[in-house]
Write a protein that binds this ligand. Structure first.
Ligand code: ZN
Length: 108
């Protein structure tokens, strides 16, 4: 889960300091496999994907028992980050909380 954690920490560190951008589209295969769904989950949750891609991912999540828990897990992190306030005034504390949550989930 290193990719997930790295993105999470980058998001916390970069809060209020610019914006990460979605990967360049256009070269993606039409069929989504689990790996590509998981890779795009952040962008999906951020609403940064095209409508077509969002629909494809949503469909996959609804059907895939492997990806759906990951989706819910990342959604819960976004909720936690949002609930922490717009300024992320205490990123170290937030990071510690998220890291402990990762350990609970066995994803660290
Ligand atoms: Zn899947």
């Amino acid at each position: 889960m290193k990719t997930f954690l790295a993105k999470l920490l980058a998001r916390i560190r970069g809060a209020g300091n610019g914006h990460h951008h979605a990967p360049a589209g256009g070269a993606m295969p039409p069929m989504l496999d689990c790996d590509s769904v998981v890779r795009q989950l952040w962008d999906y949750l951020d609403g940064e994907l095209t409508a077509d891609r969002k629909a494809a991912i949503r469909t996959h999540l609804e059907l895939c028992k492997r990806c759906h828990p990951q989706y819910e897990f990342e959604q819960s992190f976004l909720d936690a980050i949002a609930a922490s306030g717009p300024a992320h005034s205490n990123p170290d504390r937030l990071r510690a909380r998220l890291l402990s949550a990762l350990e609970v989930e066995g994803l660290s």
